[in-house]
Design a binder for this molecule. Structure first.
Ligand SMILES: *[C@@H]1O[C@H](CO)[C@@H](O)[C@H](O)[C@H]1NC(C)=O
Ligand SMILES: *[C@@H]1O[C@H](CO)[C@@H](O)[C@H](O)[C@H]1NC(C)=O
Ligand SMILES: *[C@@H]1O[C@H](CO)[C@@H](O)[C@H](O)[C@H]1NC(C)=O
Ligand SMILES: *[C@@H]1O[C@H](CO)[C@@H](O)[C@H](O)[C@H]1NC(C)=O
Ligand SMILES: *[C@@H]1O[C@H](CO)[C@@H](O)[C@H](O)[C@H]1NC(C)=O
Length: 303
């Protein structure tokens, strides 16, 4: 509006206008243009600063929730409403895939619904008992997961990687060979997607020689208080040859008072160090249901 009135003012003087008035008119146009351009720039910069949550991380969900009708809805809801957030979701039908070639009807109904979302990667749970478990049994469990789409004739009844629980922290040649064997085996199977994702869970920082055999390693599975006393952001700088893209953190028992800006700070700190992240206010059975600030946590992961 102010620009067009200036043009009118300039043209009304026509060729009679003096050199000085032309300069003044030019200055007015310049100032008007500046006034139009500067505020959006300032606002954008402020908004960016205000929202700067650092690098994005994926939401990691140990979904040890039985899929009774509606029980997975809190997850379905945030997956649908946050298409720009990626979710890595561990399912665990029976301390592994369970004894049968397919899990029960509640699982076979709910898994394809979750798996059909582009921003969800499902992982099948197995445990290694600190690399002591009979490796043939593990390979059998992984084969069971990989066969789900074929056995069910449903390509969406599928996982796209394996979560290995109870992996060792202390180095041993045997354990490294054991885990590498399982990684090679998993990556070589059909039925686990084009690029099976492998997560190890030692629950704490393991010997760094274990890191290359997984895509991601859970290096922290502890309470909020432990995260605070170990100084959050500096927690993992001690891990040799690692970077955040290989690390996953699980922070549970977050006090209810940590909400709003305090929860925001916690998520921001954790995102600095881990590419996969789960934060819950539950302090018992933290993977068996969704905590009080579940959707707030996911909102913060979208910023
Ligand atoms: C599915 O879950 C419901 C609720 O827990 C249960 O009653 C039902 O028996 C389950 N169905 C199967 C096939 O296990
Ligand atoms: C989410 O996943 C998509 C598809 O794999 C990928 O292109 C995108 O970069 C991922 N985003 C984040 C924040 O991880
Ligand atoms: C491991 O399990 C397989 C299959 O059940 C069995 O044949 C084998 O004897 C077991 N190995 C050990 C060392 O227990
Ligand atoms: C992996 O383990 C299986 C079962 O023990 C064994 O047959 C196979 O030779 C191992 N492969 C490698 C590369 O170590
Ligand atoms: C971090 O790790 C990823 C995956 O292993 C690798 O592709 C990337 O090059 C690493 N980045 C740095 C800075 O080391």
């Amino acid at each position: 509006m102010s620009t067009s009135s200036t043009e009118k003012h300039v043209s009304s003087r026509g060729c009679l206008k003096s050199r000085r008035s032309r300069i003044i008119a030019g200055l007015v146009v310049f100032v008007v243009i500046l006034a139009a351009v500067i505020p959006p720039v300032v606002v954008t910069t402020l908004r960016k600063k205000h929202n700067s949550m650092g690098p994005k991380s994926k939401v990691f969900v140990p979904l040890y929730v039985y899929p009774a009708p509606g029980a997975w809805s809190p997850l379905e809801d945030v997956v649908s409403s946050h298409p720009d957030v990626n979710f890595t979701v561990v399912i665990n039908p029976g301390n592994g895939p369970g004894p049968d070639s397919l899990p029960d009807a509640n699982y076979t109904r709910e898994i394809p619904k979750l798996a059909s979302h582009a921003n969800v990667r499902l992982l099948g749970y197995v445990h290694t008992t600190y690399a002591q478990r009979n490796i043939s049994l593990l390979r059998k469990d992984i084969e069971t997961y990989a066969a789900w789409p074929k056995v069910s004739s449903n390509p969406d009844l599928a996982v796209r990687g394996i979560f290995f629980d109870e992996t060792p922290q202390q180095y041993s040649d045997n354990a490294v060979a054991y885990l590498q064997n399982l990684t090679d085996f998993t990556r070589g199977l059909n039925g686990l997607g084009s690029d099976p994702f492998i997560v190890h869970n030692p629950g704490a920082i393991p010997d760094s020689r274990y890191l290359p055999s997984a895509d991601s390693t859970v290096v922290f599975e502890e309470t909020y208080n432990t995260f605070q006393t170990r100084n959050g952001a500096n927690l993992f700088t001690a891990i040799p040859n690692s970077n955040r893209s290989q690390l996953c953190a699980v922070i549970h028992s977050v006090p209810n008072s940590v909400e709003g800006s305090k929860l925001r700070s916690l998520v921001k700190e954790a995102r600095k160090v881990a590419d996969e992240l789960f934060i819950t206010h539950l302090s018992t059975d933290y993977y068996a249901s969704f905590g009080s600030q579940w959707s707030e946590f996911v909102d913060l992961m979208d910023k």
